[in-house]
Design a protein around this ligand. Structure first.
Ligand code: C2E
Ligand code: CA
Ligand code: CA
Length: 728
């Protein structure tokens, strides 16, 4: 064999040669030792990059004899793409070899069966005096163990050690990689942001080990739902994130979010204790709600925030209006503090009527905020803000005191029902607040009813249970509000001392429509309540047919516009003096398919024209619009609801400037009270029509798609109704 490791020696003459040979022998012996100790190996190739030398100890690590390997081509020795899934990648080997580059400390994976072997190799190309490539000479050392521990470390750095889910770092990396790749492939990717409700209460009452166990179980439940459809991460604390590639159908995403909420809200068994938590979910979808990672994440965050604000245990899709919402919320927070002190709040009272004889038995106190600049702000808007900022305790105390005092002026048997937020049960001593209000007003405790929601049982059921028992001992009545919307755990129904169940409005709405099982659900609730000796109140009854059905199904009490809206104290007293305790039902004969009154300016596209119209009402299946004159029946129109939401519709009613539209595909719930389209126009489509690639802006921008297209004459006359509507 050729001596690979002798250097060209400049010495001449016999002496020099002899000492040169000795030196070479010496050096060989040293190298031999070095190789034997497996500190490193040597290798060399010929001009075709076939192996002509490899340390024998290296060969034996591979389970081969030295001679066997000689003649193997270098590229067959190593796996071509020596990178692995963890991203500790190497550069393409074949390229380096064929380019005859110098190689230094390059990690390569050996092409061997069974087990992974990694070497780090260094080599220099050998060139003769005429510039011909003679082959490589190089060294190698085994780095399998080093790589393993490197990989463990990188695993630690990428995964959450508690749950085994991806950590924030990995999620961001994965999301960025996915979004970047999807941008060129024009694919979509949904991001769900989760935050557990009342996790802190579990941690505080059952201890951190129980909290950790809970998080593990949450992770397992999420994995069961998501499976291989996407990737789940725990970002820290009780925040989770789910990435779902290639889904942009908001109908499907709503279903997934619902099953996430349902699964997470089932009770947990933690080392002998039981705990119930809930979760809120915010959803944003690339490219519609964000193109880049930051943008998508912040959209999902805003949606999550809105979901939490809308009462817990909900999901919410991102929409560009939420950005304004965030600003408004800060304003509300600032002003609310003053409002409580400066008497900007009022209580209104809505009758709860006995179903058998339409006699009022109780009035629900509903808080109203008359803001000096904004006018009336709905409690649906400011109560959630108060809950987030602890102002709910001051607000709750104010409402409790006012309600008891006002009730003192009503005829004797009438009770007052006061809403108590679940947050108040973890923040204050509710029995004490109630005691004080009763003492100050002199109200008989039997005339006070507290409306609590299912979420008070989350977190710390024992502490809440104690307070509820104290309240019962005082003689106060308890009602379970919004039943059926929350955490669907019936266990507490039998154990908590409740007097009344309020069946949520969502079951009453649409009760008289064909395709739903609301009637069956109400029947079940009514018989359950009957067995537990509780009253049932059907909330939100608006139409006469709903009242009839609800009465037939056996609800003992009814509340809703069909009898009365909430009245202020003086209005109520006057009504009771003139009309007595009986209420006459009045309202539409029949419930209309979830049709909401709106007053929204939207666009209608017909042919290549866009008309501005006012949308007067909207339901899942249709809308009423005003602003186009004499549109014939069956005309196909596209309704532009803004934010890329186009709804293919058909005119089914037409009278002068008013039309009724029927949608080709039903709208879906946005998680809250609103409706949205399943699909939106893709920013990719807009980009290919010449617009910059960006998340969907609010409002409408359809004409921009075809800026230079020739236009035909508009077929219909547009009527400006802004003045007429203001007067109305
Ligand atoms: P809630 O406890 O479910 O109250 C019933 C809501 O339904 C009230 O809205 C009421 O005006 C409305 N409503 C009653 N009948 C009908 C009907 O026939 N049709 C329709 N569509 N709606 C009807 P409001 O007053 O806007 O209150 C919204 C929510 O704000 C309440 O829901 C309650 O959760 C909360 N809230 C109101 N006052 C207070 C309060 O003093 N303290 C706390 N903690 N929360 C309050
Ligand atoms: Ca209520
Ligand atoms: Ca309610």
């Amino acid at each position: 064999m050729r001596n690979l490791f002798s250097r060209q020696s400049g010495a001449t003459g016999t002496e020099a040669r002899v000492s040169g040979e000795m030196e070479a022998r010496e050096r060989l012996a040293l190298l031999d030792q070095f190789e034997q100790a497996a500190l490193g190996w040597f290798w060399a190739t010929d001009a075709d990059n076939h192996l002509i030398y490899l340390s024998s100890s290296a060969a034996s690590q591979l389970g081969r004899a030295q001679g066997e390997l000689l003649g193997t081509s270098l590229s067959a020795m190593f796996l071509p793409d020596s990178s692995d899934e963890d991203g500790l990648e190497a550069r393409p080997l074949a390229f380096q070899f064929s380019a005859r580059n110098s190689i230094s400390d390059m990690p390569v994976r050996l092409a061997v069966d069974g087990g992974e072997i990694w070497w780090s190799i260094s080599a220099r190309p050998q060139i003769d005096g005429e510039g011909n490539f003679l082959g490589y000479r190089g060294s190698a050392k085994d780095i399998t163990a080093v790589r393993q521990s490197q990989r463990d470390a990188s695993r630690l750095a990428q995964y959450d050690s508690l749950t085994g889910l991806a950590n924030r770092h990995r999620m961001t990396k994965r999301l960025t990689a996915t979004l970047t790749a999807y941008k060129s492939a024009k694919r979509s990717c949904a991001l769900l942001m989760l935050d557990l409700d009342r996790f802190k209460a579990v941690n505080d009452t059952l201890g951190h080990p129980a909290g950790d166990e809970l998080l593990k179980q949450v992770a397992q439940r999420l994995e069961r739902i998501v499976g291989t459809r996407g990737e789940i991460g725990r970002l820290g604390g009780d925040e989770f994130q789910i990435m779902l590639p290639d889904i942009d159908d908001r109908g499907r995403l709503g279903e997934i979010a619902n099953s996430v909420i349902q699964m997470v809200s089932q009770p947990y068994s933690l080392d002998g204790s039981r705990a119930i938590i809930g979760t809120s979910v915010g959803i944003a979808i690339a490219p519609y709600d964000g193109i880049e990672t930051d943008e998508l994440v912040s959209s999902a965050d805003l949606a999550l925030y809105a979901a939490k604000g809308g009462g817990r245990g909900q999901y919410r899709f991102f929409s560009s209006e939420l950005k304004d919402g965030a600003r408004l919320r800060r304003q509300i927070e600032e002003d609310l503090r003053d409002a409580i002190q400066t008497d900007q709040l009022e209580l209104h009272f809505q009758p709860i009527v006995r179903a058998s004889d339409h006699t009022v038995t109780c009035l629900e106190a509903l808080v109203r905020w008359n803001h000096p600049e904004r006018g009336f702000i709905s409690p649906g808007e400011f109560v959630p803000v108060a809950e987030e900022t602890n102002l709910i305790n001051a607000l709750g105390e104010w409402v409790m005191r006012r309600a008891c005092m006002d009730a003192m002026q009503w005829p004797e048997p009438l009770r007052v029902a006061v809403n108590v937020s679940a947050i108040q049960f973890s923040g204050t001593d509710v029995p004490k607040v109630v005691r004080t209000a009763l003492d100050r007003s002199g109200l008989d405790p039997a005339r006070l009813e507290l409306e609590i929601t299912e979420s008070v049982f989350l977190g710390d059921p024992e502490g809440t249970g104690r307070m509820l028992k104290d309240l019962k001992k005082m003689g106060v009545r308890l009602a379970l509000d919004d039943f059926g919307t929350g955490y669907s755990s019936l266990g507490y129904l039998s154990s908590a001392p409740l007097d009344k169940i309020k069946i949520d409005r969502s079951f009453v709405n649409g009760l008289t429509e064909d395709e739903n099982n609301n009637a069956a659900i109400i029947t079940a609730i009514v018989s359950l309540a009957g067995a537990l000796k509780m009253e049932t109140v059907a909330e939100g009854v608006e139409a006469l047919d709903e009242l009839a059905t609800i009465t037939e199904l056996g609800a003992s009490h009814v509340q809703g516009y069909v009898f009365s809206k909430a009245l202020d104290q003086s209005g109520l007293i006057e009504r009771l003096e003139t009309g007595g305790l009986k209420f006459e039902p009045h309202g539409p004969a029949r419930h209309r398919a979830d049709r909401r009154s709106t007053y929204r300016r939207v666009g209608v596209i017909h042919g290549d024209h866009r008309y501005d119209v006012v949308m007067k009402n909207l339901s899942k299946s249709g809308a009423g619009i005003e602003g186009m004159l004499d549109v014939p029946l069956d005309t196909p129109l596209v309704l532009d609801l803004g934010g890329g939401q186009l709804v293919v519709s058909r005119v089914v009613r037409s009278e002068g400037y008013a039309q009724g539209l029927e949608f080709e595909q039903n709208l879906i719930s946005d998680g809250a009270d609103g409706l949205c389209t399943r699909h939106r126009i893709s920013p990719y489509a807009l980009a290919s029509a010449g617009m910059p690639l960006a998340a969907l802006p609010p409002g409408s921008y359809l004409p921009a798609m075809t800026p230079d297209a020739p236009r035909s004459k508009p077929q219909f006359l547009q009527v400006d109704l802004s003045h007429a509507n203001k007067a109305a």
